[in-house]
Every structure is written in C-alpha cells, then in structure tokens.
Design a protein around this ligand. Structure first.
Ligand code: ISE
Length: 339
C-alpha cells in the first residue's frame, strides 16, 4: 500500500483491484467505475481470463492480472475488493494482510471457523484492522434506520426478531449447507448487529421442502437463534421461492415493533388489481446498500480505518453458520462457542 494511504492521508483516489468478476464482482466493478467517490478501478483478476478481459474492456485503464495473488501484490493496487468464491478467501485475505492492504471481502469471510480464526489472528498480529466484511444490509437505508430507532431506546428493549429471506431461484448446485453459509449468514449478521449481542445457540429446522428443491436439498429452512441476553430470532430462508427477491425484518420490542422490507416502490392500480413489483435479485434490492457499503470502505481505507463489519463479525458469523450446518443434520439446538 502506498505510504499516503497507510498513513491515513490519501491524496488521490483509492486505486482498487477487484478479484472475481462473477455476478457480484462485476456489479462492484461497475459501481467503483461510476458511482463511488475517491476511488478508481485499476485492475481485475479472475480464473476465467476472458471474462476478466471482457469486463476490463468496459472501463478505461483497467488492467487484467493473471491471478488474485498477483493483483494483491501489484504496486498499482492500493486496496482489494474480494468477490471470489468463499473457498479461496483465506489465502487471499492472508495475502492482503501481509501486503498491508485494506480489503472488502464478500461473505462468507471463509468456509469454516478454523480458517476464519486464522484470518482474525493474522489481522491482529498485523497490528491494525484491514478487513471489512460484505454484510451490506447494515448499509441499507431501511435497515440502518431500524437500527437507529432500536438504539434510540424509543421502542424499549428488543425481545424478538423475525426475518424472511427469499430468493427467486438458485442453481440446483446450491445445497442445503450453502443455504446456511451463503444465505442465512446475512440473518446471522443482522441479528448480532440489531441486538448488539452474540448468538449463543442455533437450531435449523427442515420443514416440508418445495417441489422445486433439488433432490436432497432442504429448502425452505427455518432457523432459530438464541441471543446471549435471552432474546430470540426466527428466520425463514427460502432460496427457490419462485417469486422474486424478498428480504423482510420485523423487530419486536417492549414498547412497539418495527418492520423493514415491505416494499417501498411504486404501488400500481390497474385492471382491478393493485400492487408493486418484487425485485429479481439482491443487486436490485440492495443497490443503495452496496453503494453505501463500498463508499464507506473506500473512505475508511483512505483514512487507514475499518468502519464497517469487522473480521470479528465475519469470524462470529462463520462460527454460527458452522453450528447451523451441524444442526441442519439433526434438527437439534447447537451451542455456539466463540474463541
Ligand atoms: C447470495 O450470495 C447473497 O449474498 C444474497 O444476498 C442472498 O440472498 C443469496 O441467498 C446468496 O446466495
């Protein structure tokens, strides 16, 4: 990382490299190129080189590097956005820490508790925070307003949270464990964040599966979290719901309740019907959240700080999901033990 960024007095735009240009990486590349202030997209890397070249050709001055580790080591790259699959995150995060570069890492932080702990300890040993984890819901204007309301104390103590998380469809390769690790992980983060407490126990129930579910896949799932202070959360995750992308969260507190995700778009009345539209996927529903998230990461990185979800948040959510995957097999509660 260049001296001026490391010392927190970045003069020019933050030069960002993106690893992985699949659905999310391509989306982030576009926002870095056009919408994020004080940042410039300078390099991309993807195991599918032609995909990387095709993306780079859309933006002037973006280099295609041979692989992720080369991008991380490149002197022209000051900070790294990691949008590669979770199973390569450990190696890439450790390389970013070694290079002293800030990274924004898409969830999950890593695939299991052991490797997440390894990353957490490497960042600690390095002496300063460098990693922000891509829990974008914290940046969604509705979720952020709900958090402020709960923190204000106006509704009294938070007792319960009810989450609904539905994807229109996923490929049949998206197995039951992935529903926990890649989808439910968002509810894990939302509940830890809203309650301001750790999850101490998780139970994952397997209700009747949709006939659209691939053979052997538990979809939908219902997960129950018990929080350290005794509060609870219920979570429906349904990845082949067939409708569209729906994320709702209702918080029940002692003096009232609050709900986000009811759909604030335009309501249309026509031909004896009324209603709005359901977004197709998370890139649409959370577009503003992703913009805020990446802007906060760029601003923090230029000051040499991490202001969003930390490596501890990533580690804690991995541990909860690992316990969730154990519970998925038995339907029994599994204790969550953090180091
Ligand atoms: C995906 O990776 C996401 O992060 C989405 O927000 C989530 O809705 C989806 O289920 C995941 O596969």
């Amino acid at each position: 990382m260049s001296e001026n960024v490391a010392s927190g007095s970045a003069a020019g735009p933050l030069r960002v490299g993106v690893i992985g240009v699949g659905m999310m990486g391509a989306d982030h590349a576009e926002r870095l190129a056009y919408r994020i202030a004080n940042a410039s997209l300078v390099a991309v890397a993807d195991p599918d080189r032609s995909r990387a070249e095709e993306l780079a050709a859309r933006y002037p001055g973006v280099r295609v590097l041979d692989d992720a580790l080369e991008l991380i080591a490149d002197d022209g790259v000051e900070a790294v956005l990691i949008a590669s699959p979770g199973f390569v995150h450990t190696e890439q995060l450790l390389a970013c820490i070694k290079a002293g570069k800030h990274s924004l890492c898409e969830k999950p932080l890593t695939m299991d508790a052991e490797s997440s702990l390894q990353v957490l300890e490497a960042e600690r040993a390095n002496g300063r925070p460098l990693i922000q984890v891509g829990f974008m819901r914290r940046f969604d204007p509705e979720f952020a307003a709900m958090k402020r309301l709960l923190d204000s104390g106006e509704l009294g103590r938070l007792l319960l949270v009810h989450n609904v998380h539905r994807n229109r469809d996923v490929p049949d390769t998206f197995r039951s464990e992935m529903i926990v690790r890649d989808s439910l992980v968002h509810e894990v983060d939302v509940c830890r964040w809203l309650f301001g407490e750790e999850i101490v126990e998780i139970t994952v129930h397997s209700p009747l599966a949709t006939s659209r579910a691939a053979a052997g896949v538990v979809d939908p799932q219902v997960a129950v979290f018990r929080m350290a202070g005794g509060g609870m959360a219920t979570n429906e995750v349904f990845v082949k719901c067939g409708v569209g992308y729906e994320v709702r969260c209702e918080a029940t507190a002692e003096l009232g309740n609050a709900t986000v995700g009811l759909g604030s778009g335009v309501l249309v009345r026509s031909a004896n019907r009324w209603g709005g539209t359901v977004p197709d996927d998370f890139r649409v529903r959370f577009a503003a959240a992703y913009d805020e998230e990446v802007q906060a990461w760029v601003d923090g990185s230029r000051r040499g700080e991490v202001t969003g979800p930390t490596v501890w948040d990533g580690y804690a959510s991995t541990v909860v999901c690992e316990a969730g995957m154990e519970s998925l097999g038995t339907g029994r509660p599994v204790k969550v033990v953090l180091s």
